[in-house]
Design a protein around this ligand. Structure first.
Ligand SMILES: NC(=O)c1ccc[n+]([C@@H]2O[C@H](COP(=O)([O-])OP(=O)(O)OC[C@H]3O[C@@H](n4cnc5c(N)ncnc54)[C@H](OP(=O)(O)O)[C@@H]3O)[C@@H](O)[C@H]2O)c1
Length: 290
């Protein structure tokens, strides 16, 4: 039986992966790692080994990864070079500790030429995985439906989704991704280096406006403005410049079709249709706007 370690086990995706892993393998074959192990007491009480790991402190990594056959590196919530350096520290420690296979939570937009910061960032980590020589599976997860909810939340107040560009996105439920990630990680089958996990259909912002009109029972329209007008609007709303650039990049990537890919693998692994945008907003009906 493989010993599976997972970093970021106290985060939303990491904890959901562990929750599903516990339905697939015994607790004694899971090592849950987090920066603050006091957040993992419910796992240790179930028999999961809990270890401290902080990628910014490599001294925590060697002992934490010792004896692991598989290591899941949950991507950090940081941007640019900082994220790449943190992931590289984890990859190097995994290699020195003799980990046989690394699973990395990437994104569908991963590419050195991506228009969005996280796309190039994930591609840089995938390149580091490749050059490490350790076997790996990059879980190219679809764009989170929870991100869409944040991006369009303001429309609940003003009835407008304002964007500088538009394009199709296969918006994907993080809960479905956690289940599929866990199935792949626990499996004894071999997987390709890059596995795309996306919802079964893609939508542009005009489609989303129509869905929200229905879900919220109020008119929502999609308005396209120039990138300059969009930036001005965001800055006017008090959004920090770094995040404005991030969103401009994300919409450019949307226009380029970087999130449009629809792949049947997620549906195949779940054994059912992945959650749709309509179902997501139906489930969050009545929730306050962000
Ligand atoms: N596919 C998409 O569309 C999409 C959308 C949003 C985010 N993401 C990515 O998916 C990741 C997980 O999402 P989430 O919803 O679970 O976010 P989250 O709850 O904010 O989790 C952030 C994760 O980053 C980890 N982390 C931060 N700094 C770290 C460090 N120095 N060393 C080790 N781990 C560190 C945290 O680990 P601890 O448990 O140790 O605190 C935690 O698991 C995000 O971090 C981001 O990279 C993807």
């Amino acid at each position: 039986m493989s010993l599976i370690g997972i970093t970021g086990a106290s985060g939303k995706l990491g904890s959901a992966i562990v929750k599903h892993l516990l339905t697939l393998v015994p607790p004694s074959s899971i090592v849950a790692c987090a920066r603050d192990t006091s957040k993992l007491t419910s796992l240790s009480s179930q028999g999961v080994d809990v270890r401290k790991t902080d990628f910014s402190d490599p001294s925590t990594l060697g002992s934490a990864f010792k004896g692991l056959d598989k290591l899941v590196i949950v991507s950090v919530d940081k941007f640019g070079d900082e994220a790449t350096k943190l992931h590289k520290a984890a990859i190097e420690a995994a290699k020195s500790s003799g980990v046989k296979t690394i699973y990395y939570t990437s994104q569908v937009s991963a590419s050195p030429t991506s228009a969005v910061a996280f796309g190039t960032q994930h591609a840089a980590t995938e390149a580091d995985l490749e050059s490490s020589g350790v076997a790996f599976v990059s879980l190219r997860n679809g764009f989170y439906l929870s991100s869409l909810e944040h991006m369009v939340g303001g429309a609940k107040h003003n009835g407008e989704i304002v964007t500088p560009q538009d394009g199709k996105v296969a918006w994907t439920s993080p809960a479905d991704l956690a289940i599929a990630n866990a199935i792949i990680i626990a499996s004894t089958d071999s997987f390709p280096k890059f596995v795309y996990l996306t919802a079964s259909s893609s939508y542009d912002m005009s489609d989303i406006a129509a869905i929200l009109t229905e879900a919220w029972d109020k008119p929502v329209k999609h308005v396209v403005v120039s990138p300059e007008a969009y930036k001005e609007r965001m800055v006017g709303h008090g959004v920090p410049a770094m995040f404005v650039d991030f969103f401009v990049g994300a919409y450019k990537a949307m226009e380029n079709g970087e999130f449009a890919k629809v792949d049947p693998k997620l549906e195949e692994l779940l054994g059912r249709k992945p959650q749709t945008v309509e179902e997501w907003f139906e489930a969050s009906k009545g929730a306050p706007a962000h």
